[in-house]
Write a protein that binds this ligand. Structure first.
Ligand code: UDP
Ligand code: MN
Length: 251
């Protein structure tokens, strides 16, 4: 039987949210045997996300947890200042580890942000992960791509410019882990307290992984199958104009 791919996706409210998660959901509709865990960064589940998930026909779990104000980015903050999606990913992990939810025995876990671009092939690369799989991520780290460096079939380091000395100098989109490992080490997770850039390393170290455990995918990490795309913030400056003319904004 095909292992189930569990996807943990934090999502937050913004003008571009529906566009981003529509695109992502339409990608996921093309992938067999997945379970999409979507966690809204909000006090309550929104009707928009609820309806969208229902309409996809995908297997999904819809959760929510609000990031406290002190961990939130102000709109003027540079995007790297605060971690994003930390509590949401932890809520997804907690759901997976809760026996009541009895996830499939054979499974793999992937942290899939709502604005990235996913090739269908990346899901098949990760599906039979023994412990942890890794691969390149495009358009990240002020590079065309970052990637694990592979020698004789083994990951030996990181082709990464920013903080290359991190234990796992890899973006969230660049790895997947076996579900049984996640269940075996129930403390592995994310934290708003760790140093910038260390979320991935914190989680993977929590699973007691070392470089030699990593399975290089995507043709020995030579192909980019996922991109850390970021959706441009759309200006809404004409909304006010039409508000005056029509007495209502466009939504
Ligand atoms: N996110 C969130 N709360 C926030 C900001 C972001 O839940 O306040 C989610 C977002 O929807 C995405 C993930 O966390 O799925 C990573 O955020 P983003 O894509 O903005 O980060 P970047 O691509 O800049 O690393
Ligand atoms: Mn992003």
């Amino acid at each position: 039987e095909l292992p189930v791919i569990y996807l943990i996706t934090p999502t937050h409210s913004r003008a571009e949210q529906k566009a981003d998660i529509t695109r992502m959901s339409h990608t996921l509709k093309l992938v067999p045997n997945i379970h999409w865990i979507v966690i809204e960064d909000s006090e309550q589940k929104s009707d928009m996300v609820s309806r969208l998930l229902e309409q996809t026909g995908l297997n999904y779990t819809h959760l929510n947890v609000l990031t406290p104000q002190k961990f939130k980015m102000a709109s003027k903050d540079p995007n790297w200042l605060k971690p994003r999606g930390v509590l949401q990913r932890n809520a997804g992990l907690e759901w997976l580890r809760n026996h009541k939810n009895s996830p499939a025995k054979k499974g793999v876990l992937y942290f899939a942000d709502d604005d990235n671009t996913y090739s269908l092939q990346i899901f098949e690369e990760m599906r039979f992960t023994q412990k942890a799989s890794v691969w390149p991520v495009g358009l990240v780290g002020y590079l065309r791509y970052e990637r694990p460096i592979v020698e004789k079939g083994q990951v030996v380091g990181w082709f990464t410019a920013w903080k290359p000395d991190r234990p796992f100098a890899i973006d969230m989109a660049g790895f997947a882990v076996n579900l049984q490992l996640v269940l075996k080490y129930p403390k592995a997770g994310f934290s708003n307290e760790v140093r910038r850039g260390y979320q991935e390393s914190t989680f993977l170290s929590g699973l007691q992984l070392t470089l030699s455990d990593l399975e290089p995918k995507a043709n020995m990490c030579s192909e980019v199958l996922v991109w850390h795309t970021r959706t441009e913030k759309s200006s809404m400056e004409n909304e006010a104009k039409l508000m005056k003319k029509f007495g209502k904004a466009s939504n």
